[in-house]
Design a binder for this molecule. Structure first.
Ligand code: PHB
Ligand code: FE
Length: 331
């Protein structure tokens, strides 16, 4: 485990961005691109990612605390959550780089890699660029020389209910008044609220809210909020537009329920990135993602998706020991 702290340079004289080093990895950005470098097999390696794609992926890794399992930024670079520590890798789950020993994987204490990723995100996100927003809503402010920052956008936390939005003391149902405007793509979604008739004495226990109305007011894309919690069962609905900025390699099976419109999923082998399946999900479709795949979604129009996760911390061990089948349904 590397306990080294991040090193950061002064802003560079051409584009004004800082460079960063953590362990044996270095990170640099210019007007368009992020460059990641490492050494493997006595070879100096470098990898290039468009800065907007990198920042969108980095934003999710930071906001989700490294999520479940693996967050692939693309086919080369990413992180795997070991819950307390995090593996950062380049090429380890890319068949071509890995087979030539040109990959590198290093382990960091979670607070160290999280602090590093926050510094990079803060320095490289320009004023007016929101890595959570749909491209049509945030534009091209990510391009060019360093220009200010967008601390408000990058410090959003994802919303997590204790039980359900609207329960007293829990997260609020979204309204104009608390700053959540109905999105342009969901202008036709009814804002009616359910009528609740609780038995006397149970007024604090019985709750219902309009999930479609809640989602129609989401100001972010590809950022599940947790809207119902029942023991380890988490309902994490989200609104999607354009591309899921990561390829998620989950360490457990997860379920998708397409609640409106359409998402096309590209599914790959988790260890190698080799293509495995395409899943076209239309409104009403339900699919399970096996525990040994990675998946990226493409949403041509803003859509509503329910991600159903099981938060049981024992699950990764059960899959690793072969106690659970990788796919929850056997045909
Ligand atoms: C996923 O990786 O399963 C995932 C992540 C974020 C979303 C949707 C799905 O918004
Ligand atoms: Fe996933």
């Amino acid at each position: 485990m590397s306990s080294k702290n991040v090193k950061q340079s002064q802003p560079d004289s051409i584009n004004g961005y800082k460079s960063f080093e953590l362990g044996s990895f270095s990170f640099r950005r210019d007007a368009y691109f992020v460059h990641i470098s490492w050494t493997a097999n006595n070879t100096k390696m470098s990898h290039i990612i468009s800065a907007d794609a990198f920042l969108r992926a980095l934003m999710r890794d930071v906001a989700w605390g490294f999520f479940y399992g693996t967050v692939n930024f693309d086919s080369v670079f990413g992180t795997t959550n070991r819950y307390g520590s995090v593996e950062m890798f380049a090429g380890t789950y890319n068949k071509d780089l890995q087979s030539q020993n040109l990959d590198l994987l290093e382990v960091f204490d979670t607070p160290i890699i999280l602090a590093t990723f926050k510094l990079i995100l803060e320095d490289w996100t320009n004023e007016g660029f929101d890595p959570f927003a749909a491209p049509a809503e945030t534009g091209q402010k990510w391009i060019g020389q360093k220009n200010g920052s967008n601390i408000e956008a990058i410090s959003r936390q994802r919303q997590v209910s204790q039980r359900q939005p609207g329960v007293p003391g829990d997260i609020e149902v979204r309204t104009d008044e608390n700053g959540y405007k109905q999105n342009r793509a969901f202008a036709d979604v009814s804002q009616s609220t359910p009528e609740i008739y609780a038995e006397p004495g149970f007024e604090e226990e019985v709750n219902a809210f309009n999930l479609f109305a809640f989602l129609s007011r989401s100001d972010v894309t590809w950022n599940p909020s947790v809207t119902s919690v029942c023991k380890e069962s988490l309902f994490c609905p989200t609104t999607e537009e354009y591309i899921l900025p990561i390829a998620h390699g989950n360490d457990r099976a997860e379920w998708f329920f397409q609640m409106s419109d359409q998402i096309d999923w590209s599914i790959q082998n988790d260890a190698t990135g080799q293509p495995r399946a395409k899943v076209i999900m239309k409104a009403g479709d339900i699919a399970a993602m096996p525990a040994d795949c990675r998946h990226t979604g493409y949403s041509p129009k803003r859509s509503m998706l329910l991600v159903w996760e099981n938060a049981n911390p024992e699950l990764p061990g059960w899959y690793a020991d072969g106690k659970l089948p990788m796919s929850p349904v056997q045909f």
